[in-house]
Ligand binder design. Sequence first.
Ligand SMILES: [Cu+2]
Length: 169
Amino acid sequence: MEIRRRALVIAVAVAVVASVARVAAAATSYTVGAPDGLWDMQTDYAEWVAARTFHPGDNITFTYSRELHDVVEVGKAGYDACSSANNVSAFRSGNDVISLTALGMRYFLCGLTGHCDSGMKIRIDVAATTAGPTAAPPPTTSAAGNTVAGAGRGALLVAQALVGSMAFW
Ligand SMILES: [Cu+2]
């Protein structure tokens, strides 16, 4: 009975620590514009990105009707000018998944005439998970960071308490 209880406590402690580690490292998949919009002419993408933080390992999916739109990845100049002349890559499947593998800014626009000028362009800032001294994170970033860090500390305390309680047996 005693051994079984100790085994249970250890199993719980391991599970708690493992689950927190998973949360901290979890990659996030975003559907561009969702849930209120998609890749379309109505969504305010500046507003959409401002409410989210993107990290290496995350991915974004452009979902749209391929008869109506496409997706072109461009550089900053192309983004600013709404020009896909020097594009990085182009997609037109209607369900294009883009991996955000590295830190830095990524720029996308719709290449159909007039769509980018009407606001159909999006700039994704892929940021480090922990904000460096040069990065000024928006409030949402620090809030999310604190939540994860807080959960990690909580799990550590729980694990320590569980392991500590074993000393009394
Ligand atoms: Cu379009």
